[in-house]
Structures are given as C-alpha cells and as structure tokens.
Ligand binder design. Sequence first.
Ligand code: GUN
Ligand code: FE
Length: 418
Amino acid sequence: MLTALKGNILEALSPDILGVHPNSYLVLEDGRVAGIHTVLPKSMGEAAVTDFGGALILQSFADMHLHGPQYEITGTGMDKPLLQWLEAYAFPTEAKYADADYARKQYRILAHDLIQNGTTRVAMFSSLHTDATLILMEELEKAGVTGYVGKVNMDRNAPPYLCETTEESEKETLRWLEACKRFTLVKPILTPRFAPSCSDRLLSFLGKLKAERNLPVQSHLSENTGEIALVAQLFPDCPQYWEVYDKYGLFDRNTLMAHCVHSDARERTAMRMRDVHPVHCASSNNSLMSGISPVAQMLREEQAVCLGSDVSGGTTLSMLRTMANSISSSKDRGSMMQDQSQAISIEQAYYMATGAGQRFLGHGVGFAEGEPLHAVVLDDTGLPKLPNITFRERLLRAVYRLDDRHIRAVYSEGLRRL
Ligand code: GUN
Ligand code: FE
C-alpha cells in the first residue's frame, strides 16, 4: 500500500550534509521508504497523504547509550563523581530489578517515554538480572523501540547485593542469549559494565562469545579520571584503558564505547583503526563532572561518533536536549581553550543523534530507500516566523526550544507509534 507524509523533510546524510526537501512528500510502500518527491509522481497518485503542513519531518532518534533501570532516578543524585555515584545511586536502584513485576512496571513507562520523545532506536544497558532484561526487551519491542539491549556483566568491584559470581555471569549470559531468539526488533549486545567490574576470566569468556557468535559489544571507556586510575591499578599490563578490552577481543567495529572523554590521540587512533564507535554523552559528562569530550576533534578524525543520553548519569531522555547539550558543551570546551574549532554544528549534532546510530545498527543513512520508516514530526510552526530563516537555522532553533510536547508523530518500523 502506498502512503506519504507531507512536510519539510530534513535528512542527516553525513556529519556535514543536511538534506533539505521543503514542502515534499516522503512516500512509503508498505511502510518502507520509496522516495522523496516535491510533487507526487502520477504512478503514486493514489497514495494516502498525511499532511503535516509546515512541520519538520526528521529521522527519529537513536540513543546509543543509556541505562534502562536508572531511568526512574533521572535528575536525582547529581552530587558525586562517577565511582561514588555508582555506589550511592546507580547500584541500589539497579538492584530493585531483581523483582520482575517491578521491572515490568518501570520498563513499560520507559518504553512509552522513549517513543514520546521520538527515540525509536537504542543501545541500552539493562541490569545484571536476566529476567528483567528480557522484560525490558519485550516492553521495548511492544512499544516500537528497536536496537540493542544488554544484560550487564559484573562479577567484581560491586556491592554484594548487585554482583554475580563469574560462573553465574557466564551461565546467565548464555541463558539470556538463548531466550533472546524470540525477539525480532530488539537484539542482544554483550555488555561488560566496564573494565573495573569484570574479572579477566569474565572478559575472556565474553570475548570468545563475541567471536563465536559475531555479537556486538557495548561498554564504557575513559569516562572519568578516578575510573581510569582504577583501571590502571587493576590491569597493570595494559598501558591504556582501551587495551583491556582489546586484549580480550572486545574492541572492534561491532563495539560501542560510551564517553571517551579522556581518550588521548593514541586511544582515539586505536578506536579509529578498529572502527570502534565512541558514544558522546554530554549531559552525563557534565552532571558527573567527568570532563568535556573533544567531540569536534573526534569528528575531524572521522570517528563514527554517536550520541547517548546516558540516563541517569545524564539528566534527560530527550535526544533534542541531548543534541543541545552536545552543542553547548562543545562550545564550553571552545571557550576554555580559546579555540572555535571545538564547537560542533547542528548538522553534526543531528547526524550523531540519528545516522551514526543507524549505521551502527546496520542501516543506511538519511531516509534510506527500501528501509522501514523511522521518523519524528517536530512542529516548530508556533515559533516566530522569521522571514529569512533557513532550514538549518530552524533545525537548530527547534533543538534548543522544542521538546516532546511539539512532537506530532513518531514512526518506527513503518508504523505510526504516536
Ligand atoms: N561506568 C560504569 N557503570 C556506569 C554507569 O552506570 N553510568 C555511567 N555513566 N558510567 C558507568
Ligand atoms: Fe553509562
């Protein structure tokens, strides 16, 4: 069946190229993108058109780093640096997800709120609990949120109430992977929490599993100076943090590494050579006072940087806020260094919030033809009508000024979900 969305269509085609299609038709065949046209071709004349008037039709957002069980404490506990914050707030909250009924209730809210905010693709950490992780995957899939979810592995440097033995971690990971076969839109991703919370044996097990089953991996890298010092102490044979993951085969093109705030030129080169995807988490880097990431530099080096809300180190699930925070923090870095080239553009922010994640998840960029539609309709028509405003300026203004109340529609996998 032919359908079409009409409005001002903006595509993130690369970190530097915004594709602009004013007042155009995004044509779908059975929910898959069939093309973008300024006038509906005769052959498509019978398409049922949903007219969004002057609104902006954007790719929906890909939040490539967040912690599902932490959502409930978003915006609280912002008074400690990473390692103390984990002990005081994150770990006690995650422990609640041993209770499957509680997990169901909370994860249903999270899935709903993701769609409400226009996020249809994720790479998400669950907790170490296998059953709650499966519940999270179910709730996301039901709501139309696609992507990756990982059962967290952590067998040391964690409180007794949130720690597995190595054997349990291995056995539960296998049980979880087996149970994941029933999902179609949400897939498993191996998730060693970060180097300090995994023994050598567990990392080695996960590396072998990755190789045997060709699984993706997500973890944290060089987020905070206290964390980096701890890694150096725990893995004295590894000159740099990334070498811990690399040693165990957990550092290659199918890998997301959150933060990378303190990654120096050598660590960044290693990421680029292995096509590891850094995930920039500006809000969390600010809240936990981790530092200001050199994200503009990473983009200049052609790193495949994605954006993550990092809820609840980050203070918002909204990828609009996350883009705005990324732009602001890059400018703070520029101010501090007296170097304007540290600032990122709206094109870069939009691409990192959409296309970079799409690529990691195996999709084309922009509204890729033949792929099921993932889109968000953002209505900026209530803002002042400035005569000479360009579409790139409208997008920047929308990012700064709009929120979920201005999202008129969300499409995921070709279906309207909001
Ligand atoms: N490093 C290890 N665990 C976490 C976490 O839950 N949040 C953040 N921001 N960093 C981490
Ligand atoms: Fe995180």
